[in-house]
Structure formats: C-alpha cells, structure tokens
Design a protein around this ligand. Structure first.
Ligand SMILES: Cc1cc2nc3c(=O)[nH]c(=O)nc-3n(C[C@H](O)[C@H](O)[C@H](O)COP(=O)(O)OP(=O)(O)OC[C@H]3O[C@@H](n4cnc5c(N)ncnc54)[C@H](O)[C@@H]3O)c2cc1C
Length: 557
C-alpha cells in the first residue's frame, strides 16, 4: 500500500516550505508529505489521489488564503476524502473563525502560527489526530477498479472478461453514488471522466474509458502477439481440449502456441462447479481448472495469445498458416482446432436489446453476487443450467428454471437433479418457455407460456440466464476443412464417403483419427463432429492427439 498522505496548503511559499520540512522530519517514515500553494491546486491533487485510491490521512490548511480560504478548502476536501483529519492553521486574529469552523465545517482541530517549536506546538496535536485516523483506517483496495452501471452490456462484458482471465478487480456501480458516499466521492473526483463508462482504473492511476480488450490485455500484461512466426504446433482455442494438447505438446518438446479469443478455460471456465472430473471428489470450479491448466501450460513453455482470434487458415506445402484478427499471420507444421462451441441465442422479441442488461448467456458467474435476494430465471434443462441454478441459489432469493420438457430427467445428470430437488429455493417450471422479454434499458419483465395449455403470463424479472445449447463457429475455416451440416469439423473415418477420401486430401493414406480433411490439421473437443461434450473427453482427446501429431511431424519434417 502507498503511504497515506499528509497534505499541507499555504499560499506563502516560505511558510509552505517550512511546514513541509517540519512534517517530513517527523512523519516521512510513515506518511507521504505533499504540499500545495492554493486551495484549488490542493483539490486537484486530492482528486488524483482519490482516483488512485491513495489514502489521505491529514489535511492541514492555512485559513487566510486568497480565492479559497482554509475552511472553504477543507469543506470541499471533506466531500472527496471524508475520513481524512482536517486541521486549520490560523493567525491569532482568526481564532473565532477557527472555532466556528470546528462547529460548522467539521474541522477537527486548529493550530496557531507560528508553530515553533514544532515538538510542542505542532506534532503533539497532529500525532493525536493521526492516532485517531489510524484507529479507524481500513486499507483501500489496491487492484484494478471498474466503474460502470450494472445494466450496461459493455460493463458486463468487461467484468466477465476480467473474471475469466482471473484478473481480480473491484466493481463500482456508479448508480450507487446517491446512497454511497465513497462512490459519490470517487465519481465527483473523476468529474467528466466518469461520464464515459465503463471506465477501468489501474493501480498506477492510468484510466481507460470504454476500453477494448486488447488495450486492457496490454496494460495487464496478457500476451496477444506471437513472439516468433513459426511453431511446431499451433492450437486454436484454449478450452480444456486445447489446454490439454498444449500441456502434452509442450511437455514433449513441441514449440507450441495457443490462440484464445476470450479467456483460457473455454466453456468449462463458465462452470460454477464441475463435479464429474476425475480426481476432484468434491468438484472444482471451471475457473480453478482453467487457472491450474494455464499455469501448467506456461510452465512447459506454451505461448498463450489471449485475447486473440484466428480468422483464417491457409495451407502452403508442409506449412499451415493462421491469420489472426490483428492482421498478423503465424505459421506452423501442425495445426490443432479446439474451438469448442458457443451459446445458441434465444430468438424472442426484446432479447438483443437487453443482452447484458438483465439477459445473459452462459455462466454469468460474475453476476451471481449482484442477484442477492432477487428472483433469478434460468432457461434450460441441461447440466450447465442445473449447475448455474445451484450456484445462484446461494445468492438469489429464488431461482426458477424454465424447462421445455416434462422434467429434467431426460437432459440432466442424476446427481444434479437430486441436488436441485433438495434445494428449497429452486423451482422447476416444466413445459414452459419464454416468449418475450421487456424493458427499455434493463430487463423488467418476462412473458412466459405453458407449452401444453398455451397459458401466458407476464412476470417481473431483473435477471434471465440462458443455457439453451451451443453451436460451433467454424465459418472462418473456409471450404477446405470439411464440416457436417451443423458446422462441426469432420475427422478420421467420418471423412470417407463410400470409402472415398475428400478432395482436399493430398496423401495416399486415409486421414488418421482426429485428423481433418487437410493433412496436419487436427481437431479435438466439442467442435469435432461426434464428440462427447464433456471436460474429461476434451482433455482426453487433447492428450491423445499429440501422439498423432508426433507421427505426422515425423514424416513431414
Ligand atoms: C456452464 C457449463 C457447465 C459445464 N459443466 C460441465 C461439467 O460439469 N462436466 C463436464 O464434463 N462438462 C461440462 N460442461 C461442458 C464442457 O465445459 C465442455 O464439453 C468443454 O469445455 C469442451 O472443451 P473444448 O476445449 O472442446 O471447448 P470449449 O470449452 O468450448 O473451448 C473452446 C475455446 O476456443 C475459443 N475459440 C473459439 N473460436 C476461436 C477462434 N476462432 N480463435 C481463438 N479462440 C477461439 C473459445 O473462446 C473457447 O475458449 C459445461 C459447459 C458449460 C457451458
């Protein structure tokens, strides 16, 4: 934590230097002594300190300053740093004003000029004030702070991005400025800057308004650009399948790069509790799994580019090239597709307008705390929806699962159905779907319909989480990499049509297991046609494919 600040203000340069010198001699081991030659200069300093979350312990201002007198300054300063102790330095003639200031402007103490010797006339009084200040002082949060409004999609995306990249941050909802003096003080100190939201404030005081992810990544040290332009193995997608391949590939000596569009962890990173992954009897959160896997991959020297997106692929002889969203290209001998699947969107009136403003796709774990005491609606009846219901039940007043089927039995694992049945705050409403969502700037109501009776109801709602299955996003692969009619990538024997190899296949042998229609380009995990959509199967495929990649590389190099 930076040292708390003692700020002294006087318009007389000589006096200012003298008091600064005395303060430093006595306090500089524990406090940072700062000075300003006017009330307005001091307020500017205080604004910056507020924005940086640097604590201010004491303000010592001379009463008789032109433009803004000491009492005026201390009253304004109090709005920004209400906890700071406020002392007024006065001339003999001002003692009445000083006494009034104690009563009216809540100044804590007044001292007389001259203060010589300071050991008698200055330090004892200030020591007392600082002792008082220390007894109630709580160290401020020192990490990244994000200012925004709960109901803005950009604020939601930013929080989600930081959470999924395991970057700790403090969320500050500016709409609480009316009721929370700390939030109000911060917003006021930022002035017009607080109007362009979301705003991210870094510990060094740097600020980014409406930030793009690459700019944040740069600032927090995430790598988005490749270090070299050639790799033995390039992996697209940092979910469980991609991460497993990265760990096995790099640990077996392959120079490996992994490109991830959002945050390592993939869908699994959205899971609030994975209970069926071998070796974790009481389960583990998706973000924990992702954090461990990333650490392991980095330990073996995997280069992780995130956030970075692969947007094109081309083949030239033995080389495979990936085009990245920043316009650069990297080349490799073997390419692994591990892009998983993305949430399907719900097509009902109002849904696009309210996405991120009460309507969320996927885990939304970063939202759970904000739903404290509220009723949360969840659409979907598969495991992901069940896990989310269990997670939200810890915070929400009530969780309602809207399920199209007659029950959860056909779509959800038995262990989750049992947990849900034992949780009194979760209700399952079968044969029900959402037909419309309402609200101008944030979700206010949802309209639901019973599928059997066609009975419709409009219910007040502030949070709707949607888990209605997923689909691959593979259009960027172009024509050469064969896919099924839903976009899943075909591999191995699935590529043979009546025993005939695809046109893009250039070798005599048939495509191997997990190999696509282009030799040297492999596929694993949820994006593969016919895959089992589980963390363990993705990890298993990621581990196994490295063996096939070795066999391929042995012939190509
Ligand atoms: C909420 C939830 C809970 C779940 N719970 C469980 C559970 O308890 N047990 C279980 O076994 N399974 C569970 N699953 C399923 C499991 O998470 C998936 O089967 C698994 O994550 C698939 O891994 P993957 O690596 O194939 O793909 P994904 O996890 O989907 O990862 C793919 C990654 O590729 C990235 N990507 C996509 N396109 C590009 C591109 N062009 N460029 C760069 N990057 C790209 C994506 O951003 C993503 O991070 C759950 C899924 C969800 C959503």
């Amino acid at each position: 934590m930076p040292k708390p600040v003692l700020l002294t203000v006087d318009d007389d340069p000589e006096v200012l230097r003298a008091i600064e010198r005395d303060l430093r001699s006595h306090y500089s081991d524990r406090y940072r002594v700062m000075r300003a030659n006017s009330g307005s200069a001091a307020l500017t300093t205080l604004r910056e300190l507020k924005a940086r979350n640097n604590p201010v312990a004491l303000l010592l201002a001379y009463q008789r300053m032109p433009q803004m007198d000491g009492v005026g300054f201390l009253s304004e300063a109090m709005e920004m740093h209400p906890q700071a102790k406020r002392a007024l330095l006065t001339a003999y003639a001002d003692t009445n004003a000083a006494i009034d200031a104690i009563n009216e402007a809540r100044v804590h103490y007044y001292l007389m000029k001259p203060w010589d010797p300071p050991e008698e006339k200055l330090f004892p009084a200030l020591d007392d004030l600082l002792h008082d200040w220390n007894s109630t002082f709580r160290p401020p949060y020192e990490g990244i702070r994000v200012l925004g409004t709960r109901w803005a999609n950009r604020s939601y995306e930013l929080r989600d991005f930081l959470a999924r990249n395991q970057v700790p941050y403090q969320w500050i909802d500016v709409e609480l400025a009316q009721s929370d003096p700390e939030v109000r003080a911060l917003v006021n100190s930022l002035g017009p800057e607080a109007e362009t939201l979301p705003l991210i404030i870094f510990p060094d005081g740097a600020r980014l308004a409406e930030p793009q992810f690459p700019a944040i990544a740069d600032k927090i040290g995430l790598r988005t650009h490749a270090q070299t332009n050639f790799y033995d193995l390039a992996i697209v997608g940092g979910g469980p399948a991609g991460l497993a391949a990265a760990v096995y590939g790099a640990s077996e000596g392959l120079h490996t790069v992994m490109i991830e569009r959002e945050a390592p962890g993939g869908q699994a990173g959205l899971s609030s509790r994975i209970e069926n992954y071998l070796g974790f009897p009481s389960g583990l959160t998706g973000s924990d799994l992702a954090r461990r896997a990333v650490a392991q991959a980095k330990r073996f020297g995997v280069e992780i580019l995130s956030p970075q997106e692969a947007i094109g692929v081309r083949v030239d002889g033995p080389y495979r090239y990936l085009k990245l969203a920043d316009g650069t290209e990297i080349s490799c001998h073997a390419l692994l597709l591990a892009m998983g699947v993305q949430w399907r969107t719900l097509d009902v009136p109002g849904i696009d307008r309210l996405q991120g403003a009460g309507v969320y796709y996927g885990g939304g774990t970063s939202e759970a705390m904000a739903c404290r005491g509220e009723t949360v609606y969840i659409i979907g009846g598969a495991n992901s929806a069940g896990q989310a219901a269990m997670h939200f039940s810890k915070f929400a007043g009530k969780v309602v699962m809207l399920v199209r089927g007659e029950s959860l039995a056909a779509t959800m694992s038995h262990y989750l159905i049992e947990q849900i049945a034992k949780t009194p705050t979760i209700e399952v409403w079968p044969k029900t779907h959402v037909v419309e969502v309402h609200g101008d700037t944030r979700l206010t109501d949802i309209s639901i319909e019973r599928l059997d009776t066609r009975e419709k109801r409009k219910l007040p709602a502030s949070s709707l989480f949607i888990f209605i299955g997923a689909q691959p996003r593979t259009e960027w692969l172009g024509e050469t990499i064969c896919r099924d009619d839903r976009g899943f990538v075909l591999s191995g024997p699935d590529l043979l049509l009546n025993g005939r190899k695809p046109l893009s296949w250039t070798l005599d042998r048939d495509p191997g297991l997990l190999e696509t229609s282009v030799p040297g380009i492999f596929v694993v995990g949820d994006v593969r046609h016919g895959s089992v959509k589980r963390v363990a199967s993705g990890v298993g495929e990621g581990a196994v494919v490295v063996q096939f990649i070795h066999q391929y590389l042995a012939k190509v190099q």
